[in-house]
Design a protein around this ligand. Structure first.
Ligand code: FES
Length: 387
């Protein structure tokens, strides 16, 4: 196998591409001359968007369900455990989308599982839990995101710190590692409010019993009297006690926004270097006015004019990002992560001011020429934008 083939083999779906090339060579085809077939194969791995059908709905807790998605076109592209799909839905006449982690293992691609929990102000989660049924169809992005384990850079010992529905990308990683017999040591510390709100608890307990390389610790913040497990939060003491030696371990955090600040400072107390901590991006806070740097005294309910150059002028609340304001008026913007990471929702700010929370990954050139990520830009004056 030459170097090009070795690299290709290690890419997601690369083995299939190599097998396709081999089969076509055997048929007598000159692969290099068949550029259209190369495109066809590339498109299988990166189809851009997917047409999915709900094939099954599985109850996970009283307020969470797993939706099993199969392909309408007969093919699901490969993904890395930890990645997400951006699922589009039309709800009450408004087309919107949400990035949702895949919770099934990438070792099988007959279906993707996504698990959704109800959130207080989540009209998308209410829609999925109350209205969606088997047979419904959805458009989705191809699998995307950078929250996955890379054994070359991240080593073989990982600690997952999960909160609530933030356990779903870890479920995919755990299912992959344990089903494939990969030699990776995993600690999962899973924080939930009450014991019955935990996703996949029985499955994790069984896996921990049957696999020496997987340790599962549930941490309940508001336990009932009958609960006998570990109570409280995922504190420095708990991490140290459960994990032991912290050297050379890679830490992953996924959960509600408040957890990042808390677990971040607990890991700081344990002197875990920032380069050994990774976190999922798309868990933005609802109360943007409490984000550091928010203009003092500005109410999130204050309404501003958003003038679209060459188009309408719409109204937007300061506490609502421009992407949502545009979607509410059925104005489409390209979108994927909704967390300021992928740059797809870029628009140009022609005049006025927006607030963007810390951590939004804006390219230097975008910043220089006035581009903003609409999913993380909150109007704090009347603004003019160019789509
Ligand atoms: S949708 Fe990815 S940066 Fe806005």
């Amino acid at each position: 196998m030459n170097l090009k083939e070795t690299i290709c083999k290690n890419l997601p779906g690369g083995q299939q591409v190599l097998e396709s090339i081999k089969a076509r060579r055997l048929e007598g085809n000159n692969f290099r001359l068949e550029r259209n077939r190369t495109t066809e194969i590339t498109n299988r791995i990166h189809p851009g968007s997917l047409n999915l059908i709900i094939s099954e709905i599985i109850e996970v807790t009283n307020e969470a369900k797993t939706f099993r998605l199969v392909s309408k076109d007969g093919y699901l592209p490969p993904f890395q455990a930890g990645q997400y799909l951006n699922i589009f839905a039309e709800i009450e006449g408004v087309r919107t989308s949400r990035p949702i982690s895949i919770s099934s293992s990438p070792r099988q691609r007959a279906y993707y599982d996504i698990t959704i929990a109800r959130i207080t102000t989540g009209f998308v989660s209410d829609f999925f839990l109350d209205k969606v049924k088997v047979g419904d169809e959805f458009e989705a992005s191809e699998p995307a995101g950078n929250f996955y384990h890379n054994p070359v850079f991240h080593g073989d010992e990982v600690v997952f710190l999960a909160g609530g529905s933030g356990v779903t990308p870890f479920a995919s990683m755990i299912r992959e590692v344990l089903s494939a017999g990969i030699k990776r040591q995993i600690h999962l510390l899973y924080g939930v409010k009450t014991e019955d709100a935990a996703f996949f608890k029985e499955e994790f307990e069984l896996l921990a019993k049957s696999h020496k390389n997987f340790v599962f610790t549930l941490v309940v913040s508001e336990p009932t009297e009958s609960y006998t497990g570990r109570a409280g939060f995922i504190s420095a003491d708990t991490i140290k006690e459960v994990v032991g030696d912290l050297d050379n371990k890679m830490f992953y955090i996924c959960g509600p926004q408040v957890m990042y600040g808390f677990c971040g400072s607990e890991l700081d107390k344990l002197k875990v270097a920032a380069r050994r901590i990774r976190h999922e991006m798309f868990c933005g806070r609802q109360d943007i006015q409490n984000e550091p740097g928010w203009p003092e005294g500005l109410s999130p309910d204050q309404v501003f004019d958003v003038k679209i150059i060459g188009g309408l002028t719409i109204k937007a609340r300061a506490g609502e990002n421009l992407l949502i304001a545009l979607e509410r008026h059925n104005i489409r913007v390209n979108v994927c992560c909704r967390s300021g990471e992928c740059s797809l929702c870029r628009i140009q700010l022609v005049s006025g001011k927006v607030f963007s929370p810390k951590g939004v990954l804006l390219r230097h050139a975008d910043e220089k020429y006035g581009y903003i990520h609409s999913c993380k830009a909150f109007p704090i004056s009347n603004v003019e934008i160019m789509l």
